[in-house]
Design a protein around this ligand. Structure first.
Ligand code: HEM
Length: 179
């Protein structure tokens, strides 16, 4: 995964739990990268799983909750680093609808080795967007947080219902219904 995923994760941990915990996690995790990430570098996705699993052990917060909070945090980071994608969309549904065929396509042009999920997105009603997530990385909790972060950015409220389609979490349906 790209370095930005790791630098933002460590920043979130520092913000929420303090730099001492970041130091401790990096020391204990014995990561191939040594915990040194640059924004344009690429690192093994397993390092993210290791860091979040260790963080969960230290904080007693379930991995799924941590990934979801991290997704929310990450969306805010995207609004800073990739402002044009956000400016181009005038609502949360407009941005979410463009993830598969525009945003992640542009991300892939910037980073040919990016590991991106596949989304099938359909608008079922004016207030109902459905996103079908498929990824071998099984990061649907992270996706959940990104969707929440997106709604928050546009000041919109919606109910998100998450349905696991496959037991291993590699295929998940999100039904987002605006209030
Ligand atoms: C401005 C908006 C966005 C930008 C710039 C962006 C960019 C990226 C980048 C750079 C990665 C990391 C790729 C890698 O490490 O190799 C990523 C991964 C991911 N993105 Fe996006 N993204 C955006 C919006 C979204 C939204 C709204 C969703 C969810 C609905 C989403 C879902 C995901 C997921 C779940 C991953 C993790 C990889 C996986 O599950 O396989 N992204 N995105």
């Amino acid at each position: 995964m790209k370095g930005i995923v790791f630098t933002e994760l460590l920043e979130m941990i520092e913000d929420r739990f303090g730099y001492k915990l970041v130091d401790q996690l990096l020391q204990e995790s014995d990561l191939p990268s040594g915990g040194i990430y640059t924004a344009i570098g690429t690192y093994d996705h397993a390092e993210m799983v290791t860091l979040v699993t260790k963080l969960s052990q230290q904080t007693q917060i379930p991995v799924s909750n941590l990934l979801r909070s991290y997704g929310q945090y990450m969306f805010t980071a995207f609004t800073r680093s990739y402002r044009p994608f956000v400016d181009r969309a005038d609502s949360a549904f407009s941005l979410l609808s463009s993830v598969q065929h525009y945003i992640h396509v542009e991300v892939r042009k910037l980073y040919p080795d990016a590991e991106l999920p596949h989304f099938t997105i359909s608008q079922l009603a004016e207030n109902h967007l459905r996103m079908h997530y498929v990824s071998e990385r099984k990061l649907s909790d992270f996706a959940h947080g990104l969707i929440e972060g997106c709604l928050e950015t546009y000041g919109e409220k919606a109910t998100i219902t998450k349905t696991n389609l496959v037991e291993d979490g590699s295929q998940v349906l999100f039904d987002i219904v605006k209030e």
